[in-house]
Design a binder for this molecule. Structure first.
Ligand SMILES: Nc1ncnc2c1ncn2[C@@H]1O[C@H](COP(=O)(O)OP(=O)(O)OP(=O)(O)O)[C@@H](O)[C@H]1O
Length: 304
């Protein structure tokens, strides 16, 4: 359904996408993962026909995105990593504005607002303003704006950032619901352990290239590894990226890192030795699990 072929995109002096090629099936939820600066946002912006690549092609459901950007806009929903909402408008007015901008006739807008706000469980917030909403609810309003015109493909850039574990879990359920309603989703995120819950495919990017595309359900990739240090190390990202057999998926506070390592115990052993050889104060190095989140969610549910 989506074909990206040999896509090249350059910022002045920097090749951000270097011959990126992949296919995505209709009805899938694909995770787009990779370390900071890998090119995820740039790729999503090109696919949303917001940035013009140097060369290559993007086809979505038979439409040539680079040749027919307007047709592409009608067919996709895009949530930017730094989305903005009009603070002076109510949620209903925000949705009405976007509905009209997407070409929905005025007489059909109210029905579209009712439908999308119901799907995102924000129907009781329609008369509030964005600054009166929590971050999770604002995220829902932004997603509602992105899908009000019922796009075939939804591109979401870091939709879970800033959300608490319960809101992230709800977001995962929402993605499955959108998939159930027939949409195809491409979701960029650093939080692999969560993506596992709903993704059918995973695209791994590094330095402007796709380094792996796997079906998540029969993945050959091991669970991501968590690395916890006893104290923060300033140049942690550079040190980790110097190691040959790992992909750095996320780093928090220069102390906690999520790494992708192949399903090979010798390689994992070699990686641990390399981490110690770098003098890193390793206090945990183990497959990442979502137990903490599960426990947290159960506690929240039982207490509500
Ligand atoms: N407007 C810009 N001008 C110049 N270089 C840019 C610009 N935007 C991004 N870049 C560079 O392009 C590369 C890819 O950036 P991009 O934002 O696509 O990566 P990303 O994978 O989305 O990163 P992150 O996970 O941090 O959001 C990076 O090296 C970045 O510094």
């Amino acid at each position: 359904m989506i074909t990206v072929d040999k896509l090249i995109f350059e910022y002045p002096g920097l090749r951000a996408l270097d011959e990126v090629s992949f296919r995505i099936n209709q009805g899938s939820i694909t995770a787009l993962v990779g370390p900071n600066g890998a090119g995820k946002t740039t790729l999503l912006r090109c696919m949303a026909a917001l940035d013009q690549p140097v060369s290559g092609s993007i086809h979505i459901a038979g439409i040539d995105v680079l040749e027919q950007p307007r047709d592409c806009h009608r067919m996709i929903g895009y949530l930017s990593d730094f989305f903005g909402l009009y603070q002076r408008l109510t949620v209903r007015q925000c949705l009405h504005f976007v509905a009209r901008a997407q070409g929905i006739p005025d007489q059909d807008c109210e029905a579209a607002i009712v439908d999308v706000s119901h799907r995102l469980s924000i129907d009781d917030r329609l008369n509030m303003r964005p600054n009166e909403l929590s971050r999770g609810l604002r995220q829902r309003v932004a997603i509602a704006q992105a899908i009000i015109h019922k796009p075939k493909l939804v591109l979401l850039d870091e939709p879970a950032s800033g959300l608490d574990p319960e809101a992230r879990h709800e977001l995962a359920e929402l993605f499955l619901e959108l998939q159930h309603q027939g949409m195809t989703l491409l979701v960029s995120s650093h939080i692999l352990a969560e993506l596992e819950a709903y993704c059918t495919e995973m695209l791994v990017m590094r330095k402007g290239r796709i380094v792996e595309q796997v079906g998540v359900k029969n993945s050959t990739i091991n669970k991501p590894f968590k690395l916890l240090l006893a104290h923060a190390v300033d140049n942690l990202a550079a040190l980790l990226q110097s190691l040959p057999d790992i992909i750095v998926l996320n780093i928090e506070h220069n102390k906690l890192a999520l790494l992708q390592i192949a399903d090979d115990s010798q390689l994992q052993h070699a990686t641990l030795k390399a981490l110690l050889a770098l003098n890193l104060p390793v206090c945990e190095f183990a497959p990442a699990t979502s137990n903490l989140q599960d426990t947290y969610l159960q506690t929240i549910r039982h207490s509500s």
